[in-house]
Write a protein that binds this ligand. Sequence first.
Ligand SMILES: NC(=O)c1ccc[n+]([C@@H]2O[C@H](COP(=O)([O-])OP(=O)(O)OC[C@H]3O[C@@H](n4cnc5c(N)ncnc54)[C@H](OP(=O)(O)O)[C@@H]3O)[C@@H](O)[C@H]2O)c1
Length: 253
Amino acid sequence: MDCRDSVVSCLSWILITGGVAYLLHQTRNHTKYGRYVSAEGRCCPAKLGWFLQEVPAFLVPLLLLLAEDPGTNRTGTGRTLLLCTFMLHYFHRSFIYAFLTRGRPVPLPIVLYAAIFCSLNGFLQGHHLLHCARFQHTWLTDARMAAGFLLFLLGMAVNIHSDHILRSLRKPGETVYRIPRGGMFEFVSGANFFGEMLEWFGYAVAVCSLPSFAFALFTVCSIGPRAYQHHRDYQQRFKDYPRSRKAVIPFIL
Ligand SMILES: NC(=O)c1ccc[n+]([C@@H]2O[C@H](COP(=O)([O-])OP(=O)(O)OC[C@H]3O[C@@H](n4cnc5c(N)ncnc54)[C@H](OP(=O)(O)O)[C@@H]3O)[C@@H](O)[C@H]2O)c1
């Protein structure tokens, strides 16, 4: 397949403008999910909802990768490795996180919008890496790519560990909220969100393209306000929050 420059550019700018619009929207309204939504609307069980909404971001790049003609050798190790880091995140989110979550049911519109987003973003990142990006033969020793890759792995570790801490706050069937302790939660109210932002910022540094930076920006616009909302929610729920902490501010020290 040839590189569709206009599609890549169009989707990237949709991510950028959509992200900024979503950020502005969230300064006035809570995202209607989890603790901020009643269970009365039409919802999907959390495990199924997370699986359905995230799996397109794994499957679409996988299909693009499989559709590559191995004979042409256009893919190259560097871009395949970078695409695999993207897919690794979504493999974990769809096949591991989704089945471990103890969260509340997810509103159907959120599942639908997230699935559309994950499909388009999976196509954007996959198509750009496989058909448009150009890497030097020296990519393996490129300091920028190595630094970005390490940031991605560090962010993923923080994200997974923090999500594990949140999960451990509940017994199966519970829907209570408790103060998360340990790991990056000692410094950051939204440690899982902080890890995710670090991940996609690292990915953007490694790939160094318009689509990857557009996605990193979208992530900050999408989950930055959530982290702030959770911080305010903890302050309202727990009168002495975050008394026992070294220091906690909305999402980064
Ligand atoms: N890249 C992106 O744009 C993007 C967008 C959204 C999410 N994500 C990622 O997806 C993951 C989950 O996102 P999320 O918005 O659902 O995160 P979240 O609001 O922090 O919730 C994560 C899970 O922990 C539970 N939980 C949260 N705080 C808790 C507390 N104080 N006590 C007990 N349980 C608590 C939640 O239950 P309830 O559901 O019952 O509240 C939910 O099951 C995160 O890692 C996030 O980074 C990424």
